[in-house]
Ligand binder design. Structure first.
Ligand code: NDP
Length: 286
């Protein structure tokens, strides 16, 4: 598939494994040069090297904790130095939580706020100027179905992901005049190594295998009855990167919202007035 992205530059937070890596591989296949960032430097170097060898694009890994402002400043400077800026930003780094509102301390709220919201704010603020000077760009924020349908054990995750979704709408309205489109994807259950690790821990010493445990979760929560793979979800990011141009070319830009579901039971939503801001719910939980 030629999405017309050859020689664009993408920055992907959390691009070393799971969903971020699947998106990175898909973009590399399209000839996009990559900046992958995460904390584990060894894994980053390994994945960047593999992508480089397999797809012939320039891929570099930069060790960054995206919850820290200084690290993001350093990342933005490195992107400028190595590529002269970026065309695509995927704000993807993040992780689940486990607490009650009554017991979680302020520090935990602050950490997840920095990780899920401020990372996207700071990376956008750092990279939008170069997108502007390159004629436009695309930002995709990877939130979660939990932004709309909370899971009871992770209120901090739910709240910060909902904030990321609202941030996406606000930023979209602010930068569309610069030909920069911002969208938010809300995945449901996606089978990444993190889920396998959690399931293995939770089933240790029981008669249930980690596969059975995840199968039960999927049957209970996802109307499609299974986890989606990171690669399946990544396929959904690519049309989001190009869909507005395609629709414009076809003179069809009359719609307001595109939603891809893996059998999600939708909550009723009001019609929006803007046509440049969308969130996309994919393979969601019930
Ligand atoms: P993984 O745990 O597989 O990958 C997370 C990635 O983020 C890794 O590359 C990790 O690298 C990086 N990362 C984590 N914390 C930081 C940090 N502080 N600074 C920089 N990088 C960081 O997660 P998934 O692929 O499952 O999830 C990716 C995103 O998708 C998350 O935001 C998650 O909330 C969201 N999501 C996932 C769903 C799922 O079912 N899997 C469902 C809905 C949303 P390192 O550890 O080396 O830093």
């Amino acid at each position: 598939m030629d999405l017309g992205l050859k020689d664009k530059v993408a920055v992907i937070s959390g691009g070393s494994v799971g969903i971020g890596l699947a998106v990175a591989e898909g973009l590399a296949q399209e000839g996009v040069h990559l900046v992958l960032c995460a904390r584990d430097e060894t894994r980053l170097a390994e994945k960047a090297g593999e992508i480089n060898a397999r797809y012939g694009v320039k891929a570099i890994g930069i060790k960054v904790d995206v919850s820290k402002a200084d690290d993001i400043n350093r990342l933005v400077a490195e992107v400028d130095k190595s590529f002269g800026g970026a065309d695509i930003l995927i704000n993807n780094a993040g992780t689940g939580s486990n607490e009650t509102i009554m017991n979680a301390p302020d520090e935990k709220w602050q950490h997840y706020w920095d990780l899920h919201v401020m990372a996207a704010v700071r990376l956008s603020r750092g990279l939008v100027p170069s997108m502007r000077s390159r004629g436009g760009g695309v930002i995709i924020n990877n939130s979660s179905i939990c932004a709309k349908q909370p899971l009871d054990y992770e209120p901090i995750y739910n709240v910060t992901k909902a904030a990321l979704m609202m941030f996406s709408k606000c930023l979209a309205n602010e930068v569309i005049k610069d030909n920069i489109r911002v969208n938010c994807v809300n995945p449901g259950l996606i089978l990444t190594p993190d889920w396998k690790k959690t399931a293995t821990q939770l089933t240790a010493g029981t008669d249930t295998t980690w596969q059975e445990y995840l199968d039960q979760i999927a049957k209970k929560n996802a109307p499609i009855g299974r986890f989606a793979t990171p690669e399946e979800l990544a396929q959904f990011f690519f049309p989001v990167l190009t869909v507005r141009q395609l629709l414009r070319r076809l003179h069809l830009l009359r719609g307001r919202r595109l939603v891809e579901c893996g059998g999600v039971r939708q909550m009723p939503t009001k019609r929006r007035r803007d046509d440049e801001t969308s969130d996309y719910d994919c393979t969601g939980s019930d």
